[in-house]
Design a protein around this ligand. Structure first.
Ligand code: 13P
Length: 337
């Protein structure tokens, strides 16, 4: 094994520790402003730092969280005591990761989106590595609708995900490959399952063409789930459909599948993950969580920008991470909510 492959392997082993997941705290400036707005928190760089410092210093967070995805700004921020936020995570035994895509642009002439950020990526990754980043994330976004996703959207986004993943691995950073299908729309579970399968096939085809080492990446998919105004499906049905599509499309060489929550409620995201681990206790991949909203929502609400609320908000975060940790082992009990 080359030195680079050793680093990648050790990152993968830390991230896929049993019963642990990833906290996605990489909201862009626009998104975090939207999250703060309901609590009238002014979105200053200090407020963003204080919020993320509150999350990362939650006592015992490292028991349930193996990695945190940061937004670029956070990677370079320091606590009031002058300690860098990635260092704070490392002290909890948590690996810092970094969102490296630069967001979505229109995929003209289609009414769809494509992710940008490949230009200069290698140089940025090397800079992030110096600050402690051990893994990265790139998010591609798809809508389900009339003629959507188009062949063009699937092919373009899959190629970009694969190029990003190859560049990350070449500098010793584990890529999280995130093809997200949005919940917007009135489609049913079957449609979501079919589209998820199609997209994952495009993604793994490109990963192969670009010679990405599957052992050294993590997949972050959305679950196969009905559209938000579509016919509802039970927890058992969602778990079954998601496992079926993953078993059709994701090679067993991939060590971990870490779901995004995509707007599901906190308890539903946990219940779905738990049910998957119950239905497939010996899955060939680690099935875990890489939630943003479904880990942070109640904690942010409890904090609401008020210093005195920090211990309570941290306790809420710790409970959420513990329940998801139990879901990774198929042992979550809804009564504990
Ligand atoms: P959600 O869990 O809120 O969907 O966020 C995860 C994420 O990283 C989206 O890119």
């Amino acid at each position: 094994m080359t030195a680079q492959a050793h680093i990648l392997q050790s990152t993968i082993e830390t991230l896929t520790a049993p019963g642990k997941g990833i906290l996605a705290a990489d909201e862009s400036l626009k998104t975090i402003q939207k999250r703060f707005a309901p609590y009238s928190i002014e979105c200053t760089d200090t407020a963003r730092r204080d919020y993320r410092q509150m999350l990362f210093t939650a006592p015992d967070l490292g028991k349930y969280i193996a990695g945190v995805i940061l937004y670029e700004e956070t990677l370079f921020q320091k606590t009031e005591k002058g300690e860098s936020l990635p260092k704070v995570l490392e002290q909890q035994g948590i690996l810092p990761g970094i969102k490296v895509d630069l967001g979505l642009i229109n995929l003209v002439p289609f009414e769809e989106k494509v992710t940008e950020g490949l230009d200069g990526l290698e140089a940025r990754l090397l800079k992030y590595k110096v600050e402690g980043a051990r893994f990265a994330k790139w998010r591609a976004v798809f809508n389900i609708g009339d003629y959507k996703p188009s062949w063009a959207a699937m092919e373009a986004n899959a190629l970009l995900l694969a190029r990003y993943a190859a560049i990350c691995q070449s500098v010793g950073i584990v890529p999280i490959v995130e093809p997200e299908i949005l919940m917007e729309g009135s489609h049913d579970l079957q449609t979501s399952t079919m589209i998820t399968e199609k997209i994952l096939n495009f993604v793994f085809r490109q990963l192969k063409i670009q010679s990405v080492c599957l052992e050294h990446m993590i997949l972050k998919p959305s679950m196969a789930i009905p559209g938000e105004t579509g016919p509802s499906a039970s927890v058992a049905e969602v778990a079954k459909a998601t496992l079926q599509v993953l078993s059709y499309t994701v090679p067993t060489a991939v060590p971990g599948i870490y779901f995004l929550s995509g707007g599901q409620s906190e308890s539903l995201a946990t219940a779905h993950l738990n049910e998957m681990n119950k239905q497939m206790p010996h899955a060939p991949w680690v099935l875990s969580f890489s939630y943003g909203r479904a880990l942070q929502h109640s904690s942010l609400e409890t904090w609401a920008g008020v210093e005195a609320n920090i211990p309570a908000a941290q306790a809420v975060l710790l409970k959420r991470t513990r329940l998801n940790s139990e879901a990774c082992l198929g042992r979550y009990k809804a009564e504990e909510e």
